[in-house]
Design a protein around this ligand. Structure first.
Ligand SMILES: Cc1cc2nc3c(=O)[nH]c(=O)nc-3n(C[C@H](O)[C@H](O)[C@H](O)COP(=O)(O)OP(=O)(O)OC[C@H]3O[C@@H](n4cnc5c(N)ncnc54)[C@H](O)[C@@H]3O)c2cc1C
Length: 498
């Protein structure tokens, strides 16, 4: 097994896409499940902290160590099985999402979770319960994870299959492969009804597998993942619609969201049922204009929309959407409609470009990302949007807004030019989180908490909930070695009085 300790060789494991920076003494590259067990057992004996790294595209510092060692999953990169008939795949955690999507597509299948960034590993997406532009219809990664092979922080192995092990109320009993029994008292906070990636999943009678999905590496290391696949749609209608005023774009989204939510069934193409509604405000369009000169000058907002179609439904769906564009004064003439797969991929790149350029900008400015990941229930969305935009304008800091507006999920990114602006931006960020909480939403719908958002998670659930989460971790990781500092501060593990 390769191990790297040379500082030059491990630099790239010490920073993520949020420009969060860390430290470690070595990076290990296991090639098998047993390699991981060996590293974990030794680290547990020596009480050495381990951080598990996917492809470090995370935006919260969760894949970046503060100290100790890193286990990189990049050599665990094999697709072990694609079963076309039963529609599942079994993969190692270091498989690239883009590679998996391409491979299952060759079998006429679709792996539906689709974070904007496809350069991430499947293990990372399960650990963060990633979601994205198509989660409006398909839901987040959680909905597609069928089984996990997990190495616990003491080296024990846990095999969890969805539907086989449920909590009894708030008590969950886990049985490892060596028949060790672990009893866990689940947290009793109520999760928001929105898309959510904040803290441990917790519900009475929940499936054991859901505790580990979205746990940001803190409870165990996934060495094998079984995922559910669905049939690849026959075709997809894809368009970027430009609007000359923002409220028309928002009304267009409201209309299509409403018709899609009723009914919301996978592969039902009888009704309008969009895959996603991705929003770009004027500042986002300006931010992209040098790379995309075809953005109309007069555009105040844009919406990227996708919809499954087949031969029978194509025309009807196109007409329905066109009707909605006209009703809301969309710029029909200058909007972009995909004519082929290349165009569709181009629109996907257009959406990715805006997030990517923000990461590039903050790295250049050498500041950490100040980008919201909040979602709120539909009925509060417009109030939320107006409020946070007002805050951004008043701050006088450059900003842009984009996001998964089908899910009422907003990425408002402030772009501070210096440290003073960075401090103001953090205050604005805090106010936005508070508003999302007041409106029964979440402070993180998809990126997770990592090392950057502890205080906001505490605002959302309260201190006693954080203590409950820390207690769950202590049950599984009594020596406090695995992904320390993700989700909550290590002080909750050490200080009994907190
Ligand atoms: C431009 C851009 C756009 C993005 N858009 C989206 C988006 O739309 N939706 C979204 O959800 N995210 C988005 N992200 C964030 C990021 O891509 C996701 O969080 C992704 O899931 C991280 O995967 P990764 O392999 O890079 O993991 P890393 O960042 O390396 O790690 C993330 C977490 O997973 C844990 N982990 C990794 N592998 C394992 C394993 N085998 N076992 C246990 N824990 C493990 C790590 O410890 C860490 O806690 C975006 C990022 C960028 C840069």
């Amino acid at each position: 097994m390769i191990t790297k300790t040379n500082p030059d060789e491990i630099q790239s494991y010490l920073v993520d896409a949020a420009n969060f920076k860390g430290n470690c003494s070595a990076v290990y590259f296991p090639e098998t499940h047993d390699d991981i067990v060996e590293i974990v057992k030794e680290a547990n004996n020596n009480k050495t902290e381990i951080t598990v790294a996917g492809n470090r595209t995370g935006l919260t510092g969760s894949g970046i160590p503060s100290k100790g060692i890193v286990i990189s999953t990049e050599k665990l990169n094999r697709i072990l099985e694609i079963n076309k008939d039963k529609k599942y795949a079994i993969v190692q955690p270091g498989v690239l999402l883009s590679e998996l999507q391409d491979k299952v597509s060759e079998h006429g299948l679709l792996y539906a979770p689709d974070p904007t960034e496809t350069n991430c590993f499947i293990g990372g997406t399960v650990a963060t319960n990633a979601s994205g532009s198509k989660s409006f219809k398909y839901d987040a990664t959680r909905n597609f994870v069928e089984a996990l092979k997990i190495i616990l922080p003491d080296g024990e192995q846990l095999n969890l299959v969805r539907g086989e092990n449920f909590a009894d109320g708030n008590t969950l009993i886990l049985k490892t492969e060596s028949a060790k029994k672990i009893t866990i008292e689940l947290a009793d906070y109520k999760m928001p009804s929105t898309k959510n990636a904040a803290g441990y999943f917790s519900k009475p009678d929940m499936d054991a597998i859901d505790l580990f999905i979205g746990s940001e590496g803190t409870l165990g290391i996934f060495s094998e993942i079984k995922i559910r696949l669905i049939d690849k749609p026959e075709n997809i209608l894809s368009a970027v619609i430009f609007f000359n005023d923002e409220s028309s774009a928002l009304n267009f989204i409201d209309d299509l969201r409403l018709s899609s939510l009723n009914p919301k069934e996978i592969n039902n193409s009888e009704n309008i049922n969009v895959l996603g509604l991705e929003y770009f405000d004027k500042n986002s369009l300006k931010f992209l204009e040098s790379d995309y000169p075809k953005i109309p000058d007069e555009a105040d907002a844009a919406v990227w929309i996708e919809h499954e179609t087949n031969k029978e439904s194509e025309e009807r769906i196109f007409n329905s959407i066109a009707e909605s564009i006209n009703k809301h004064n969309g710029n029909n003439e200058k909007s972009w409609f995909a004519l082929n797969l290349k165009d569709r991929k181009g629109f996907q790149d257009f959406r990715h470009a805006v997030s990517w350029k923000v990461s590039e900008y903050i790295t250049k400015q050498n500041v950490q990302k100040v980008g919201t990941d909040s979602a709120v229930p539909v009925k509060h969305f417009r109030i939320f949007y107006d409020y946070i935009k007002g805050l951004a304008i008043n701050s006088k800091i450059a900003y842009l807004v984009y996001g998964h507006f089908g899910d009422c999920h907003v990425h408002l990114n402030l772009l501070p030019k210096n440290n003073d602006e960075y401090k103001i931006a953090r205050d604005v960020y805090r106010l936005i989180c508070q508003k999302a909480i007041d409106l029964n939403g979440t402070i993180s719908a998809e990126h997770g908490i990592g090392k950057l958002k502890h205080e906001y998670l505490e605002m959302m659930y309260g201190r006693s909930a954080i203590k409950q989460m820390a207690k769950i971790k202590k049950e599984l990781d009594p020596n406090f070695i695995l992904c320390i500092g993700n989700i909550f501060s290590s002080k909750y593990l050490i200080d009994q009085k907190l």
